[in-house]
Design a protein around this ligand. Structure first.
Ligand SMILES: NC(=O)c1ccc[n+]([C@@H]2O[C@H](COP(=O)([O-])OP(=O)(O)OC[C@H]3O[C@@H](n4cnc5c(N)ncnc54)[C@H](OP(=O)(O)O)[C@@H]3O)[C@@H](O)[C@H]2O)c1
Length: 359
């Protein structure tokens, strides 16, 4: 599937693309030709773009974040990997600058985001099939539009699809300062849910806790504190959580699991600690906790034919962005040519989301 997406994202000066071969434009792209742990394989190159065909469009990519999955893809550890040469980046937002004669879904000037992973968003322009795009309204911020399709969508699905939560119910999550975690806090608050937010200890913990509370977090605590005291005093204010969201794994994921109410569900969506999830048998036997996983890419592929379902989720999140209920994650804006800085920062602890600005 990924290969077919990459083929449809026309623009490989190196042989990608099923469309017309006559290059009429070129773009700058961050390209890699091998996997490796050090991430020094990425190079900025000039790539030819083919002419726009009847059902394709040309985009100017305006902004694209650097997400952990992008790093894992370059390292070769992600479950889907592109053919080489590959353009990095799975998420981003572009403005349509040219449309084929047979395209009616988007117009010149529209803002769009890729439907699927593997688009190769770290580039200044792309030519792709119009069917590979979803629209985003132009009255949301550039940062909001360019970061909406992966992390807020993941938060949205996890809050809706695993437990029947009612206003007043509690959700607990680790990695609460991640981009997903920030979106969970805001979407949960909009749904009337209470959140308990676990982060790693750090030098500026108080500042981070204040930032998350300003987003709507009810409670923030460190992993160490949770391990030492459990939820203790927090349970005088909120019910025991029925949904746990696990970004981290290892000990931290186990702590979230053991904080859940009987019959609760732990949804694992990340493995940032790169350690196996610690699961006490008693939580499964006596608390009847369910363990689930979630992968946004698979969800989108499962629902690929239901264009309205995909578009309505994005529309719902854009409405929240417009109303201010959802704000983009705390970001560092990085000029495109300084991409190495953004990549290196992403793999360091206690960093904000890095977003590449192409123009
Ligand atoms: N399954 C899905 O569909 C899906 C969708 C989106 C994202 N994800 C995954 O969700 C995770 C978060 O993505 P994101 O874009 O929101 O991340 P992000 O904004 O880049 O934030 C990274 C988070 O991971 C934490 N972290 C980094 N290294 C860690 C370690 N060794 N131990 C514990 N925590 C660590 C960071 O905490 P510090 O601030 O303390 O460093 C921060 O909270 C990633 O694993 C990503 O692949 C999965």
């Amino acid at each position: 599937m990924l290969r077919s997406v990459l083929r449809r994202v026309l623009g490989g000066g190196q042989g990608w693309g099923a469309g017309p071969r006559r290059p009429i434009q070129s773009c700058s792209a961050l390209v890699y030709r091998k996997h490796g742990p050090d991430l020094d394989q990425l190079r900025m190159e000039q790539w030819d773009l083919p002419a726009v065909g009847a059902h394709s469009v040309r985009l100017q990519i305006l902004a694209a974040p650097v997400n952990p999955a992008d790093i894992n893809m370059m390292q070769g550890t992600y479950p889907i990997l592109p053919e080489f040469p590959a353009v990095g980046g799975n998420e981003g937002m572009g403005e349509v600058v040219e449309v084929g004669a047979g395209v009616s879904s988007v117009r010149v000037g529209d803002w769009v985001i890729p439907v699927d992973a593997g688009f190769g968003t770290w580039r200044t322009e792309a030519v792709c099939d119009a069917a590979d795009l979803l629209s985003v309204p132009r009255d949301v911020s550039l940062l909001g539009a360019s970061t909406v399709s992966v992390n807020p969508c993941t938060a949205y699905r996890m809050l809706h699809d695993f437990q029947h939560l009612r206003p007043g119910d509690t959700v607990i999550q680790n990695g609460a300062n991640s981009a997903v975690g920030q979106a969970v806090i805001q979407i949960a608050a909009a749904l009337g849910l209470r959140t308990i937010n676990i982060v790693r200890d750090r030098p500026n913990y108080e500042g981070l806790a204040a930032e998350l509370k300003a987003r709507g977090a009810d409670h923030v605590m460190t992993e160490d504190e949770l391990q030492r005291t459990g939820l203790g005093h927090i349970l005088q204010e909120v019910p025991r959580p029925r949904l746990g969201l696990n970004c981290v794994g290892g000990v931290s994921g186990g702590l979230v699991l053991t904080s859940l109410d009987s019959g609760g569900t732990l949804v694992t969506y990340g493995g940032m600690a790169k350690k196996p999830l610690q699961i006490p048998a008693k939580s499964l036997i006596f608390q009847n906790i369910s363990l689930k996983g979630f992968w946004m890419t698979q969800w989108k592929r499962n629902n690929r034919k239901d264009f309205h379902l995909l578009q309505s989720m994005v529309d719902a999140l854009c409405a929240m962005l417009r109303s201010g209920q959802l704000t983009p994650p705390t970001c560092v804006l990085v000029p495109f040519q300084n991409y190495r800085q953004a990549i290196q920062a992403t793999v360091q602890p206690h960093q904000c989301k890095q977003v590449l600005l192409m123009h």
